[in-house]
Design a protein around this ligand. Structure first.
Ligand code: FES
Length: 291
């Protein structure tokens, strides 16, 4: 199993971040398994990116918890969405509490709350790639916050779900054996679903990925943030590449193994790679929401 025996993985050194298809890169060999899941957990590493615009209402510098970007041109990881599971087993994203603030003399609403692990979770985590103008990021947009079936599709196992159907923890029961139909990477490292969040009839929905993994379950045991933001091994993130906004994939892209991303989240547009088992913090400039 993923956590019991030694499981080798490769990660690149920081100065060799752009992936190449050949074996010319320098690799750092690591061992994943039990406590050696070194990448899992809030490492506190902060990367600073200043690609986006100046601050404004609901925008500006923000520190978000992200699934780590490990290779490719993406400037940072993709933001995690803290989740909770209701009494019937349905999985939903936590939306931060709504507060009123005065910014440059104007009262604005922001969705922001303090969470365990010294994390300030806010809507600003998701304000990039044009999503800042999406109704879904309006602090008071009415939504029950459940993750629902993406009308654009998903993994093969989701094919019997209909648009708008929620996801139940019981659908992930086989997470310690699951393999994608594409057969990419290792079986049993976690079961994934593609979904949308807070998007209703929107033509520009928020794409997310849900992943249930033993690695996350284990890491949450001694990590305040992961314990608060995941449940029963379920983690979620906004699946929007921070490079040029494509929608990456986990264990489905045939190209992923060529870029050492078979068990990672891989963006086929320009080969950015994200590690969903490594949660770090990233400091960046959130784009302001339109007034
Ligand atoms: S790597 Fe360019 S959009 Fe994802």
């Amino acid at each position: 199993m993923f956590l019991s025996g030694p499981f080798e993985y490769w990660s690149m050194s920081a100065d060799d971040k752009y992936p190449a298809e050949s074996g010319r890169r320098r690799f750092v060999k690591g061992v994943v398994g039990g406590a050696a899941l070194a990448g899992v957990g809030a490492t506190g590493a902060v990367s600073i990116n200043t690609l986006t615009t100046s601050s404004g209402a609901g925008g500006g510098p923000v520190e978000a918890m992200v699934i780590e970007n490990t290779a490719g041109p993406a400037p940072r990881g993709m933001p995690q969405i803290p989740i909770e599971i209701d009494a019937d087993g349905f999985i939903k994203g936590i939306w931060p509490e709504i507060q009123t603030e005065t910014v440059e003399g104007v009262e604005v609403e922001v969705a922001r709350q303090d969470m365990p692990g010294d994390v300030t979770y806010s809507q600003e985590w998701f304000q990039y790639c044009g999503l800042e103008s999406n109704n879904a990021l309006d602090p008071s947009y009415e939504s029950d916050n459940y993750f629902v079936q993406d009308p654009g599709g998903g993994y093969e196992w989701q094919s019997d779900k209909s648009e708008g159907d929620r996801f139940n923890i019981s659908e992930f029961d086989d997470y310690t054996e699951w393999q994608s139909a594409a057969g990419i990477g290792s079986a049993g490292i976690g079961k994934a679903a593609n979904a949308i969040w807070r998007s209703g009839e929107s033509s520009n929905p928020l794409p997310i990925t849900i992943l249930r993994s033993e690695a996350i379950e284990e890491a949450a045991q001694d990590n305040e943030w992961l314990s608060a933001s995941t449940d029963q091994g379920v983690i979620a993130w906004l699946n929007k590449c921070t490079h040029f906004c494509c929608v990456p994939s986990f264990k489905t892209a045939n190209d992923a193994p060529k870029y050492d991303a078979a068990d990672q989240v891989y963006c086929a547009c320009h080969q950015s790679v994200y590690n969903p088992f490594s949660i770090t913090s990233a400091l960046y400039i959130a784009r302001p929401r339109p007034q």
